[in-house]
Design a protein around this ligand. Structure first.
Ligand SMILES: Cc1ncc(COP(=O)(O)O)c(C=O)c1O
Length: 198
């Protein structure tokens, strides 16, 4: 049998994912009855209700091509930047401009690009713990080293002193913006948000 050579960093990524994979395959959660209506399963953030018909309708509507370039390579399409900026201004009350918006196919891709943009191999990236389950894999994938800082208990607030203590010469000037809810709603107390913005 041919032995495949895999990148060393893949081993590092997989080692870091062992507890997660074990949880998904061996924990009591993994043997739950997914059909049990008494289960409110918040583990991976998957939808627990049927998707809204309006969402499905809009996907179906715009999946139909209106020109030959509909499925061609896309960049930061200005109409999409304008729509996202307007929605963010409306919902958040923050004066986003169209050029502030960079389009990717999901937060995962956006985070990956961001980490790749600001880190070099050997850099350290401070992230708050518990993190979303693929942050460390993303960081290691770029040859950087994740440095976990635990959130305070029971408030889930940032531990500013611990974050400051984790910053070294190797730390890249990036900070975790992980939320204690799914993307879309920050529950971070404003005191810690202000600190991060400094
Ligand atoms: C905190 C957090 N970061 C990143 C992601 C990845 O986002 P996406 O599914 O848009 O790639 C998720 C998805 O649920 C998330 O909850």
């Amino acid at each position: 049998m041919v032995e495949h050579r895999l990148a060393t960093k893949l081993d590092r990524i997989l080692q870091g994912q062992v507890p997660l994979l074990r949880f998904f395959s061996e924990s009591p959660w993994s043997t739950r009855d997914p059909a049990d209506p008494d289960n409110a399963d918040f583990v991976a953030g998957n939808p627990q209700e049927m998707v809204m018909p309006e969402f499905v309708e809009i996907l179906q509507k715009w999946a139909v091509p209106k020109d030959k370039d509909w499925y061609a390579y896309k960049f930061n399409e200005p109409y999409a930047q304008a729509a996202a900026a307007a929605a963010l201004r409306d919902r958040r009350g923050v004066p986003f401009e169209d050029d502030d918006i960079f389009l990717t196919d999901g937060a995962f891709a956006g985070l990956n690009i961001t980490i790749g943009t600001v880190t070099d191999p050997g850099d350290e990236v401070v992230l708050t713990s518990p993190p979303w389950f693929f942050y460390e894999a993303l960081i290691i994938g770029h040859g950087a080293t994740p440095v976990r800082v635990k959130l305070k208990q029971p408030s889930w607030d940032l531990d500013i002193d611990a974050i400051a203590g984790a910053i070294t010469e190797q730390t890249r000037p990036s900070s975790s913006t992980r939320r204690t809810t799914r993307p879309g709603g920050s529950t971070r107390p404003s005191s810690s948000r202000n600190w991060l913005e400094c």
